[in-house]
Design a protein around this ligand. Sequence first.
Ligand SMILES: [Zn+2]
Length: 326
Amino acid sequence: MYDIGIDVGGTGITAGLVDDQCRLMAGKSIVTDRNWTAVALAEVLLRLVRELMAENNVNSSGIHTIGVGVPGTANGRTGRIEYANNLPFCQGNLRELLQRQTSKKIYFENDANAAAWGEYLVLDKKPESFLMVTLGTGVGGGIIQDGKILRGVNYAAGELGHMTIRYNGIPCNCGRRGCLEAYASAEALIARARKAMDKKRKSLLWELCRQNQGDMNARLVFDAYRQGDKTAIKVVRKYAEYLSEGLANLINILQPEVLCIGGGVSRSGDILIPLLQERVSGKIYSRDSAENTVLTAARLDNDAGIIGAAKLRLCENGSVQLETVP
Ligand SMILES: [Zn+2]
């Protein structure tokens, strides 16, 4: 049996078949049209699901449920997406539109919460408290406590990227200034690298992006770091400095057992995690405690959101049904 997970992003949408061991067995992607209304998006998602099932010879009896991860606040009470950077599919009840056309139960969740849920589910030993910070275009977050996604009074909890780390700092997409997102997203890392290489024409960064700053990405910054490029080392260290400010704040508030770093930047976890560990351990209030939060890099990469969305049914009763997740 499978569950279907769908990750709806601002640029692309992927649906996947996830088996009972939380493995993504097949997937199908399309490009997002930012003009879609909720009605149009629901049609597109249902078509994507039908095609995915047909291509993999799976019929309706082979599917438990369908879970959808969406940007913005996924109001589980109403089924509406609230505040997702003004994407038009906010207007309309996406969950109801989907549920009307399928007999399978539809689950619906914020995308970063779904990704955190996915990463949590694949851990061999489930921690009591688990925090995931996703470093992508923005900085997303998800908090899992006692086998349950923490959603808050209005389903908008866990927006860890919009914690201020610098009063009156860089403007953020949310309208405030100095948010963690403005300093620690992959975009922020790339912007910092571009600025630094402008001053260092001999930096390896120029060679790696073939003299075109438009082609700069987070992976190249870490590649240059690995090769000992001084400019890249400076950029990455500064980035880790800002990120560790945010992580130390989060640890001071929640003291989670595990803090997982996800998103594209987590592919360079071999470099980033030790840098963060070193900085965070000096900043946290609990620095003298025998036991402290363990920092880890995510394991599922881009699949976390799909796997987490697919398995939202396991979160339904407030505790993960461990017997179904070996
Ligand atoms: Zn913000």
